[in-house]
Design a protein around this ligand. Structure first.
Ligand SMILES: Cc1cc2nc3c(=O)[nH]c(=O)nc-3n(C[C@H](O)[C@H](O)[C@H](O)COP(=O)(O)OP(=O)(O)OC[C@H]3O[C@@H](n4cnc5c(N)ncnc54)[C@H](O)[C@@H]3O)c2cc1C
Length: 313
């Protein structure tokens, strides 16, 4: 569909974000014959495209995140979902529905909206992060791991991503050191056990990254002991941050209820505080951030939207 046609059409629903949440909604909505537009600012697939391997999606033994993301997009297109590669800047009420304003100032008109814009990796809060971003600092092992063949890298965080992605990095790096601010982890026992069984895996617990330094490229980090405050020089070639995520709710936070961090409040049917707007996936307040849950949220929202539109008509 040409861009002008997308702008001229009256959509049943516009979905913000083409991650598993958005595409879960799109699949159910377009299969129910609703005029469905997914607006995505980067690429279809969302965060799952950053992971090398998914082995906890029901009925899929093992697949790369990229493969799953691409298959989901194809499946949505098969049932008539339209995709638009643009950033959503703002959503406003317009008549009985909504106007979704895009980065170029143009807007699309829709009866309902699904917010499925997920969250973005939190940047490491220390001097040198910006300077060495892309020159040693990364947030995606799948994208950048191969640049660190036979090099030494640091992985920051204590959750599932830090362990899973850190273990993936051992395929390339000669040494992977996990730096975490305390001794307890949020990661599962399985992920911890697998990482610790690898000879290239090392840990520095009770440390925070104080600074990233180098010249043309990164040369190392300064680590600060969380209790004693002692600073230690730690030479390394790269650093991967997995310290959490910030919700991408800027385009809707003036309209729907969010919590203090910016996560969107939704009920069991994924309805938000605004009649006609639903939420799905990682951006939902209190969500367990997993692909199967996001896709399920999207399906729930689409089914509820179908009933809502049928009653309205
Ligand atoms: C390293 C890593 C490993 C993971 N491993 C697993 C795993 O093994 N199993 C599992 O189940 N889950 C895993 N996850 C979690 C899983 O990726 C997420 O739970 C899932 O992707 C969330 O889907 P979502 O659609 O809610 O959000 P996202 O996947 O974040 O998608 C949101 C989309 O919205 C887009 N967007 C944001 N703002 C706008 C805007 N203003 N306009 C237009 N588009 C916008 C973004 O570009 C993005 O494509 C992993 C995550 C990471 C980071």
């Amino acid at each position: 569909m040409q861009y002008e046609e997308v702008l001229a059409k009256q959509w049943d629903l516009v979905i913000i974000g083409a991650g598993p949440g958005g595409m879960g909604a799109a699949l159910y909505a377009s299969r129910a014959d609703l005029a469905t537009l997914v607006v995505e600012k980067q690429y279809a697939g969302g965060l799952i495209m950053l992971t090398h391997e998914v082995e906890n999606y029901p009925c899929i033994d093992k697949a790369s995140g990229m493969d799953l993301g691409m298959k989901l997009e194809q499946q949505c297109r098969k049932f008539g979902t339209e995709f638009l590669l643009k950033e959503v800047r703002r959503v406003d009420r317009s008549g009985a529905g909504f106007a979704v304003t895009l980065a170029d100032g143009k807007s699309v008109s829709t009866a309902t909206v699904v917010i499925a814009s997920g969250s973005a990796p939190r940047r490491l809060p220390c001097p040198g992060e910006q300077e060495f971003y892309g020159k040693g600092v990364s947030y995606c092992a799948t994208c950048d791991g191969a640049f660190f063949r036979d090099k030494e890298v640091v992985v920051v965080g204590g959750g599932e991503s830090a362990f899973q992605e850190g273990l993936f990095l051992t395929q390339f790096a000669s040494k992977v050191t996990l730096v975490h601010r305390r001794e307890g982890f949020r990661a599962t026992e399985l992920a911890i056990r697998r990482a610790r069984a690898n000879a290239k895996w090392h840990e520095k617990l009770n440390y925070v990254v104080e600074e990233i330094y180098g010249d043309e490229t990164m040369q190392g980090v300064k680590l600060k002991h969380a209790q004693t405050g002692e600073i230690e020089d730690f030479p390394c070639d790269g650093i991967f941050g997995f310290i959490g995520y910030d919700p991408a709710s800027a385009s809707v936070s003036h309209l729907v209820e969010t919590d203090e961090e910016g996560y969107v409040v939704g009920d069991l049917n994924m309805r938000t505080s605004v009649h006609g707007i639903w939420v799905a996936g990682d951006i939902l307040k209190g969500a367990k951030k997993q692909m199967v849950i996001s896709a399920g949220n999207g399906a729930t929202a689409a089914m509820d939207i179908r009933e809502y539109l049928a009653e309205r008509d």
